[in-house]
Design a protein around this ligand. Structure first.
Ligand SMILES: NC(=O)c1ccc[n+]([C@@H]2O[C@H](COP(=O)([O-])OP(=O)(O)OC[C@H]3O[C@@H](n4cnc5c(N)ncnc54)[C@H](OP(=O)(O)O)[C@@H]3O)[C@@H](O)[C@H]2O)c1
Length: 436
């Protein structure tokens, strides 16, 4: 079904521009998924059909839509006959582009392989699929002469992937670092404003931000998948083989918010992929306590922010709404209208490999134990302490810089004694009572 123009009054000047640039080409699209993201894309194509025709000289026609329940009434401007729940019928459709917005990797993988294998361009918002099979899908497409585009899989409306790809051809970045999950950032912001966790999560789901399984948002898995894609584009490492060290916000995100506030900062779930040796990169997702005035602390609600270190005086940064139907649909549309398909094999020619993190950071280590027990445990592992706070059987310390590996025995011992250990990286200039 054609994305039909809505009945609005178009100013004379705009009419003249449109008259000069009537669509000359039709892009036939098969859309997998008509939920938060797919539905928003259909509405966006409908409401901007005139502008797309005038600016790009194309008309986008959605010829088939795959859903689970083809009979359900949906709030989208498409005729009922366009919907199918038959995957075989969907993949057999002869189209110019397949847009995948169903999520997961089983059916999405079948659709992606079928499209790319027969030379049809695939555009996807599915980070799980790209992180687990992006390199092999891109190779399949290359053989058949088709491209895989996945700008919508990372950052929602924020042009993370296109920014990184546009930077290639110069040097690979020194690091890429940022907030890549809108749901967890939304939850943290609401907790900072006084909500409790169930309330904050329910609000994120209501706004269409959360993944089908919101545990993936909160435990850092969704962020880790996006980071693997970022590392692929930035450093050429196959995302399916990349180890990502991950600390999520579960089971009690409010604890992180409380400790961060006690230290005078804010906690953010930050993903980082950095060159730590000449040919080695380390990828981590972890809660980081940052200063109140920092750009990350000021990134609130569903916004994402990504900083790319290039060895210049400061990082290059992109930010904006990182989840939700309309922002993600905008990114799909941008890939769809991109005149020169950007191929995944534009990755840097130099091969990097993943290595253990040799860097030392300050850490917040907390546990439901006395301060004395916590200090003794850290002391046994030789980890120097910067400051300590304790209240009614719940203590937390900030360490002096220590490597992640050195912290492992401490966390294992606290976990073994059911002390609910919690760890976050600390990036505050000076914290608490100095013990030195
Ligand atoms: N929501 C966001 O903010 C966001 C942001 C960036 C990226 N993404 C990604 O976008 C993708 C879609 O997310 P979403 O939030 O739009 O999900 P959603 O609201 O749950 O929509 C999923 C759609 O896919 C259909 N579907 C799911 N499994 C199917 C199957 N096995 N066979 C046929 N149809 C199936 C569903 O059909 P029914 O409608 O019949 O159930 C529904 O229309 C995911 O990969 C997600 O990670 C989402």
């Amino acid at each position: 079904m054609t994305a039909v123009a809505s009945a609005v009054t178009i100013p004379a000047r705009e009419r003249a521009v449109q008259a000069r640039a009537l669509p000359t080409r039709t892009i036939r699209v098969a859309l997998a998924g008509c939920g938060v993201v797919g539905g928003a894309l259909v509405r966006l194509l409908h409401s901007s059909a005139d502008a797309i025709g005038a600016r790009h000289g194309v008309r986008v026609e959605i010829v088939r839509v795959l859903v689970r329940d083809a009979r359900r009434k949906r709030d989208v401007p498409l005729r009922a006959g366009v919907f199918t729940s038959d995957v075989e019928q969907f993949v057999a459709e002869d189209v110019d582009v397949v847009v995948e917005a169903i999520g997961g990797s089983d059916v999405a993988g079948v659709i992606a392989r079928a499209a790319l294998g027969r030379g049809t361009r695939l555009i996807t918002a599915n980070k799980e699929l790209v992180a687990s099979a992006g390199a092999s899908l891109a190779a399949l497409g290359r053989t058949a002469g088709a491209t895989l585009d996945f700008g919508a899989a990372v950052g929602g409306s924020v042009p993370v992937i296109s920014t990184l790809r546009d930077l290639l051809g110069t040097l690979p970045p020194v690091y890429v670092r940022g907030i890549l999950n809108g749901t967890s950032n939304y939850v943290l912001s609401q907790l900072e404003r006084g909500s409790d966790y169930p309330e904050a999560l329910a609000a994120a789901c209501h706004r269409g931000l959360a993944e089908a399984d919101c545990t993936r948002d909160m435990d850092g898995s969704d962020t880790a998948a996006k980071l693997a894609i970022v590392a692929w584009v930035s450093f050429g490492v196959d995302p399916s083989t990349l180890p990502v060290r991950r600390i999520g916000l579960l089971p009690e995100p409010a604890r992180f918010v409380r400790y961060a506030s006690a230290l005078g900062g804010r906690v953010r779930l930050i993903a980082e992929c950095a060159r730590v040796t000449d040919g080695g990169i380390t990828c981590v997702v972890e809660p980081v306590i940052v200063p109140l005035e920092s750009s990350f602390a000021r990134t609130e609600l569903e916004d994402n922010r990504v900083e790319v270190g290039l060895g210049w005086s400061g990082p290059l940064a992109v930010s904006g709404p990182g989840a939700g139907g309309a922002p993600t649909a905008t990114s799909l549309l941008s890939d769809l209208l991109s005149p020169v398909p950007r191929t995944a094999d534009s990755s840097p020619t130099r091969a990097f490999e993943a290595v253990d993190d040799p860097r030392a950071h300050s850490w917040l280590v907390a546990g439901r134990v006395s301060a004395r027990t916590l200090l003794r445990t850290l002391d046994t592992s030789g980890i120097p302490i910067q400051s300590v706070r304790a209240s009614a059987g719940d203590s937390h310390v900030v360490t002096r810089p220590a490597a992640w590996a050195a912290l492992q025995p401490v966390i294992a011992e606290l976990a073994a004694s059911n002390a609910d250990p919690l760890v976050a990286r600390v990036e505050l200039p000076a914290v608490g009572r100095d013990l030195s």
